[in-house]
Design a protein around this ligand. Structure first.
Ligand SMILES: Cc1ncc(COP(=O)(O)O)c(C=O)c1O
Length: 354
């Protein structure tokens, strides 16, 4: 078997993780709020009147109409995927030849690297400057010198919460010869989308998802917004029925009811600010401003905090830094009660040790 597997796949680890079984799960930047019961009921009613023996709409016209209404982008400039993860895969399939260069800032979302590895591309990860400011000048230099196919910008960034200014985004768009992928998975928490730049920059592609602000990680629905020319290329590599009928139906219901669903944003943003103020007052960590639904900080006690939370049936994300004394923590904003519990445990570790 070994000899049959492509060489760049041999050392990849399969993504085989069990769904976490904890009382509080704040490790994956999900929403703590489930889809409203009344809308689940509406979905069930619709499914009862849907022929499940038939293939779904291959190009999801009703969903495109709702997404177009939500984003202001014409339907021909939108494509959907089974999560934005699938769209990152499609981008690699459509644009990247083995050996091509992909540039991103680092740290950022892990899937950029995984899909680059599968495409057998050379992924140049440009380390952030101090304070997790992306090193934009070096990114531009690397993209230009290597004629990079793709440049990834994650705005707001996972895991650091960093947000790019309009000027930084324009500077990159004006300088590089590449397709620029602006990952706006968390944009609803930040509020400053770059979607208006699509008409001026034909090489800009924006990634979005219903997994975060819409609280629908379970249905796997992501989408990309761009110029029709790029979107048409992505359609060439899209699987025929990549979005099943259940996903299409729930996504349409969610978008039609977006005003009520997105009202949770204000609660989550207020909770984020409260949690930031609480952690700041502990004066024990390097805390980073967040434009997203999670908080990221570096702390000498990061491992102790992670362990103490685990013992209390709470799962957060812990990044071990072998090279330095400190590790980092990222946890998503939960319900007010969940946040209170998390913060109290963090405070206890800081004051009393683990
Ligand atoms: C920056 C970023 N982009 C994309 C995704 C993938 O989202 P989806 O659930 O749509 O695949 C995530 C998920 O955590 C993310 O953090």
């Amino acid at each position: 078997m070994e000899t049959l597997v492509r060489k760049n796949i041999k050392n990849l680890n399969a993504y085989k993780v069990d769904a976490p079984q904890y009382e509080i799960i704040v490790n994956a930047n999900e929403s703590p709020y489930d889809f409203p019961m009344a809308l689940k009921q509406q979905f069930c009613d619709e499914i009862c009147h849907t022929d499940l023996n038939r293939y779904p709409e291959a190009c999801f016209p009703e969903l495109l109409k709702e997404l177009s209404d939500y984003t202001g982008v014409y339907a021909e400039g939108i494509i959907c995927g089974s999560g934005s993860d699938e769209i990152i895969a499609m981008i690699n399939q459509a644009f990247v030849n083995p050996g091509d260069v992909i540039v991103s800032h680092s740290p950022s979302f892990a899937m950029y690297d995984i899909w680059a590895t599968i495409a057998d591309a050379k992924h140049i990860r440009v380390n952030d400057l101090p304070d997790h400011q992306p090193d934009i000048d070096t990114m531009i230099d690397e993209a230009c010198e290597n004629n990079a196919k793709l440049v990834f910008l994650c705005n707001p960034n996972n895991p650091t919460g960093h947000t790019f200014s309009r000027d930084d985004i324009l500077k990159i768009l004006d300088a590089v010869p590449s397709l620029v992928i602006l990952d706006e998975a968390y944009i609803e928490f930040f509020g400053k989308s770059s979607v208006d730049l699509i008409t001026k920059y034909p090489r800009l592609l924006i990634l979005r998802t219903l997994s975060k602000a819409f609280g629908l990680a379970g249905i796997r629905c992501g989408y990309a917004l761009g110029n029709k020319e790029i979107i048409d290329v992505l359609y060439k590599v899209k699987g025929p029925y990549n979005l099943n009928v259940l996903t299409q139906k729930i996504a349409v219901i969610a978008l039609k009811n977006r005003v009520s669903i997105l009202s949770n944003l204000e609660i989550l943003k207020a909770e984020r600010e409260k949690a930031m103020a609480f952690l700041e007052a502990l004066n024990a960590f390097k805390l980073y401003p967040s434009g997203s639904n999670f908080i990221y900080f570096e702390a000498p006690q990061a491992e102790e905090i992670y362990e103490a939370l685990l013992q209390n049936n709470i799962l957060i994300k812990y990044f071990k830094d072998e090279a330095r004394e400190t590790g980092s923590i990222r946890f998503s904003i939960g319900t007010p009660q969940e946040n209170q519990k998390i913060l109290a445990i963090i405070k206890e570790v800081v004051y009393n040790g683990a």
